[in-house]
Design a protein around this ligand. Structure first.
Ligand code: FES
Length: 125
């Protein structure tokens, strides 16, 4: 397995490959984003990682981009080029897919984002 040189990395893209996201096309989203990154010539500056569940399954497919701390929902393979061109190339997050953005003091939720439940509210069955 390769060990990447991350010294020039500008963005880290976490692509959820948990069960719910995989049922909503997580593999296709992963491939589409990675191919779009390659086409855009960003392989040396954008690192991608497949993750397990990120705890926002109703938002499947979930994609998260750092360092901005942007959480995206309902990502499809057709969104890959927009995410890459607008966010990773130009630094402008795609507002129509955003649910959260990291701010000093915590994540800010967009108006349309599902609130979800706090972990402390989780009902035990
Ligand atoms: S499986 Fe992707 S958020 Fe749960």
């Amino acid at each position: 397995m390769a060990t990447w040189d991350l010294s020039q990395t500008t963005h880290h893209v976490l692509i959820c490959n948990g069960g719910s996201c995989m049922r909503k096309g997580g593999e296709e989203v992963t491939v589409a984003i990675r191919e779009s990154i390659t086409r855009a010539g960003l392989d040396d500056v954008v690192h991608t990682t497949r993750t397990r569940c990120n705890g926002r399954c109703e938002d499947a497919c979930v994609v998260i981009v750092y360092p901005e701390g942007i959480w995206y929902e309902n990502v499809t393979p057709e969104d890959a080029d927009l995410l890459v061109e607008q966010h990773l190339s130009k630094g402008e997050p795609v507002k129509s897919l955003m649910t959260h953005r990291f701010m000093p003091g915590g994540f800010a939720r967009t108006e349309s984002a599902r609130r979800g439940i706090l972990k402390s509210e989780k009902v035990k069955k």
